[in-house]
Design a protein around this ligand. Structure first.
Ligand SMILES: Nc1ncnc2c1ncn2[C@@H]1O[C@H](COP(=O)(O)OP(=O)(O)OP(=O)(O)O)[C@@H](O)[C@H]1O
Length: 632
């Protein structure tokens, strides 16, 4: 999986993604941007003044070949000065020029810095908000590292874009413009001829830009792969150590890193090859200027098609301006390089923001005070890439307050069936209603707020026990948290922890046992007093005694709310008002524990397995278990 898979096809066919991002997030700060760019451009004029002043000083003060003159300053006033005064004035003007340049640059950096950091922040939050709204299925197909790479690397790239591409590119152009304006003033014919150089360099850069673009795409993709690999290694560190697969994992990381290296080297090679070409063009221009200008100064005759005179000091100024016109152009490939990099990052960011895997429909309404009725009508669902449906035409209706057990062999589709109620996924066919509302017409937030959900392997956040229990309800009082923990059978062990409810649970709750984590997760689900409860194997990690305790509180919790209990341990669902039996995605039986035993079907067989009455199992069941084992 690579970060390119976060983006769809045709991203580049819809206009420049950087421009799109700029319009979306930069527009509100366009003044800051414009002021920054203007200051940066203005700063180039004082920066280029010294070359002019030095040329003039050589001609008028040192060589005495022409009169001392300055733009906008009366000639008589300058001529009335002694040579020494003229030299001092030149020195003063140089200091003023350096000072102005520094001031303009400082102010420009300040403005652009503010613009760049806010721009980056806005884009990051926009992408993050979208990622939060995406359907769970989006994440099934992507590595965490891949998503992180968009949120981190691509967003960081935007700041580099503002500094590296826009600021540097603009500085380059304005430097060339400023140099050109001074050159026009000194010797316009030579200035016009020298324009050929930036034109050639631009043409070369344009070609290079098209050439380097796919190479940058490749680099970004490989970064995503590498991040994914590294992420797997950090997250799966205990498995890697337990299985002693460090060496194999190192190989995998080395492969991913090598691929990244190859892509980077490929881009670097192209860059390294084009740089000398640019250099040769610009250096040749300088040498030609010296030779032609030198001939002109020495012979006093204008060469080729030129007319007029050229003094030695003017040639010195000219050579300095030729440098200012040409040298920055040598760095244009870096700017283009940075531009292409940013463009690939912006393409992925735009695709992430525009992702249509967002679950909520336009015009969805809130679910207010639900009674608790749930119905599934002809629900069918297939995970992407699977041939067989995971849920196959399932229909049932649950009255408010009912407790429903969901059982069936491993992989029968129990978790998937209930995930529709939280809109983790939407079925391909059929409808799920809460009270009389199609869940797709409800706002995802209000729907999920009404459901207390405990998953098979609950995730705890790095923080205290209290923070985890009150996770979605941070305003809850300590008493409410303790009450929920008591109901979940967690209070006793929490009270025994070194700092009670303030004990830190570690990342993912590593400092707690599996059963303790589950109990905290149960407390977290019930603290919000939801209308629906979904316990997906919520007590699978707790011992039998704790389960009995939780079971008892569950009975009181479930009494006035609709509750779904997914369980392998059938004792958990024995007292449910109704038990749904799933097999291979189909609803094969439904009824109370006694009804189902009387029916003597799949449930009755599963029950016999649990009570150890293996001898009573029919051959067909044993045959089926064997078949499943073979498949596994
Ligand atoms: N995100 C997913 N992408 C693709 N297939 C999936 C995904 N999640 C589950 N499946 C597949 O769907 C089927 C049903 O899975 P599900 O987790 O709903 O079963 P289950 O009855 O809850 O199983 P268990 O009792 O083992 O928890 C399985 O074959 C599983 O491999």
């Amino acid at each position: 999986m690579s970060s390119s898979e976060i983006v769809g096809d045709g991203a580049t066919e819809r206009g420049n993604p950087l421009w799109w991002l700029f319009r979306r997030h930069g527009r509100s700060r366009w003044r800051q941007f414009a002021v920054g760019m203007t200051l940066s451009a203005l700063g180039r004029f004082p920066q280029q003044a010294p070359a002019f002043l030095i040329g003039m000083a050589i001609n008028a003060i040192l060589a005495g070949t022409e009169e001392f003159r300055l733009p906008f300053v009366p000639g008589e006033w300058l001529q009335a000065m002694t040579q020494w005064e003229q030299l001092l004035l030149t020195g003063g003007l140089l200091v003023a020029a350096y000072g102005l340049e520094t001031l303009f640059d400082f102010l420009a950096r300040h403005q652009m810095g503010r613009f760049g950091t806010y721009f980056q922040h806005d884009v990051r939050m926009d992408v993050f908000d979208t990622v939060q709204r995406l359907e769970l299925g989006f994440f099934d197909d992507r590595d965490t590292g891949d998503v992180m790479s968009v949120l981190n690397d691509d967003v960081d790239e935007l700041n580099a874009f503002v500094y590296g591409t826009v600021s540097r590119g603009a500085a380059m152009v304005s430097l060339a413009v400023a140099a050109f304006v001074y050159m026009l003033w000194l010797q316009w014919q030579l200035a016009v001829v020298l324009l050929v150089v930036p034109a050639v360099l631009f043409a070369l850069s344009y070609w290079f830009s098209a050439h380097i673009e796919p190479k940058h795409e490749a680099i970004r993709e490989r970064v995503g792969e590498l991040n994914g690999r590294l992420n797997n290694n950090v997250e799966g560190v205990s498995v890697i150590k337990a299985f002693g697969t460090e060496r194999a994992e190192r190989e995998r990381v080395a492969d991913a890193s090598r691929n990244h290296l190859d892509a980077q080297w490929d881009a670097h090679r192209s860059q390294a090859a084009v740089d000398p070409v640019m250099r040769v063009v610009s250096d040749t221009a300088r040498v030609l200027t010296l030779v032609i200008g030198g001939y002109w100064v020495i012979s006093g005759q204008p060469p080729l098609f030129f007319t007029g005179e050229l003094a030695a000091g003017t040639l010195v100024s000219f050579l300095m301006y030729a440098g200012a016109l040409v040298t920055p152009m040598q760095g244009i490939t870096d700017v283009i390089d940075s531009y292409q990099n940013s463009k690939s990052a912006a393409t992925r960011l735009r695709e992430a923001v525009e992702n249509d895997a967002v679950a909520e429909r336009e015009g969805a309404h809130d679910l207010a005070d639900p009674d608790g009725a749930v119905s599934y009508e002809g629900v069918t669902f297939r995970y992407p890439g699977r041939d067989e449906p995971t849920i196959d035409d399932v229909s049932f209706a649950v009255d408010p307050g009912e407790t429903v057990g969901v059982v069936g062999p491993t992989g029968a589709g129990k978790s998937t069936l209930l995930s529709f109620l939280l809109r983790f996924y939407d079925p391909d066919d059929g409808t799920i209603r809460v009270d009389d509302h199609d869940v797709r017409d409800l706002t995802v937030e209000s729907l999920r707020e009404s459901v207390g959900y405990v998953s098979q392997d609950p995730f705890l956040f790095d923080g205290s026990v209290r923070e985890n229990v009150a996770y979605a309800e941070s305003g809850r009082s300590h008493e409410t948290v303790v009450e929920a923990a008591k109901l979940a059978g967690a209070h006793e062990f929490v009270a025994d922890l070194p700092e009670g409810y303030d004990t830190e649970v570690g990342e993912r709750g590593v400092k707690l046992s599996g059963g303790q984590r589950q109990r905290i997760a149960i407390a977290r689900a019930i603290v919000r007093d939801p209308a629906f409860l979904i316990f997906d194997e919520a007590t699978s990690h707790v011992d039998n005694e704790t389960e009995v305790l939780i079971q008892r509180t569950l009975d009181s919790l479930a009494a006035d709310r609709t509750t779904f209990l997914v369980a392998h341990r059938l004792s958990t669902v024995r007292d449910a008002d109704r038990i749904l039996v799933l097999d291979d995605g189909r609803l094969v039986e439904s009824g109370t524990h006694d009804d189902l035993l009387a029916d003597d079907g799949l449930y009755a067989d599963l029950w016999r397995v649990q009570v150890g009455d293996v001898a009573a199992l029919p051959d067909s069941f044993l045959e089926r278990v064997r078949r499943e084992e073979d498949v596994a």
